[in-house]
Design a protein around this ligand. Sequence first.
Ligand SMILES: Nc1ncnc2c1ncn2[C@@H]1O[C@H](COP(=O)(O)OP(=O)(O)OP(=O)(O)O)[C@@H](O)[C@H]1O
Ligand SMILES: [Mg+2]
Length: 317
Amino acid sequence: MNAAVQRADDDILVVRGLDKVYPGGFQALKPTDLEIRRGEIFALLGPNGAGKTTLISIICGIVNLGAGSITVDGHDVVRDWRATRSLIGLVPQELKTDAFETVWNTVRFSRGLFGKAPDDAYIERLLKELSLWDKRDNKMLMLSGGMKRRVMIAKALSHEPQLLFLDEPTAGVDVELRRDMWAMVRRLRESGVTIVLTTHYIEEAEEMADRVGVINRGELIVVEEKAALMHKLGRKQLRLQLHDPLDAVPGALAAHHLELAAGGNELVYNYDTQGERTGITTLLADLAATGIRFRDLSTRQDTLEQIFLQLVKESAA
Ligand SMILES: Nc1ncnc2c1ncn2[C@@H]1O[C@H](COP(=O)(O)OP(=O)(O)OP(=O)(O)O)[C@@H](O)[C@H]1O
Ligand SMILES: [Mg+2]
């Protein structure tokens, strides 16, 4: 999908001027605007206490809206809450379940709460997909933490929502389940569901997200296509493995601000992917002129995690 040709009605969620002051006077969210595009996977990143859960809870109608407006598929979440609730599925960060209810009843009952006609074949598919089918008759208290989280996902999907919020879906789940979860989220997206997730595993966002939002101290500091963000803010590094070690960077190369690494065996050049020119051509020409030979070279780009940490540091400063 080309971002440039996206029309506004391709937004499934529109948040305008939302802010939130909790009773007691704490401002958890500064005025916030956000659009979520239909069919995307959007990752909301931010340190503990940044306001991620608050934002999601307000959209889902669990926490009262302070100021501003929110629409889901054109419906106002306050005036038209019944419609918006049924369009939304939420897997909350804090797992709350009825300990004595079975997996099957928990999920089936949840569908009923949204006024959807029973569809046991759909619930069966859901439980099978989440590897919960052989646990269907177990009471919730008999499940492990990771299994409970999967039941919460099944619950959130029980009424076939169009917009799914996953608030730290993979906190405390094992590597295998995390992979399964990613695969499931992708399948959901392919079936047309829009997904907003929060995570502290930044590599999860790097792997999954189409767009990324970074929130810090109640302020949405960046919303950007993941690829563009990595391209724009990611610094790159060129490392040259030298044929013969150096004691110091030769004065003739001073303009390139090189660093010497690996005991004088490597020259490191940091450059900006965003800049007009990388400076690599001149660097290589200058190296040749100085008679420095290298046996190999490699480049490395910042991960999303490094970019995220940098953004949060800058916004705190
Ligand atoms: N009911 C409440 N009353 C007062 N303050 C609250 C309430 N709920 C949350 N807060 C505060 O609002 C801020 C944002 O909390 P929130 O739960 O949205 O953060 P978060 O980004 O989800 O963090 P985490 O990554 O730890 O889940 C925190 O400072 C928190 O203490
Ligand atoms: Mg949270």
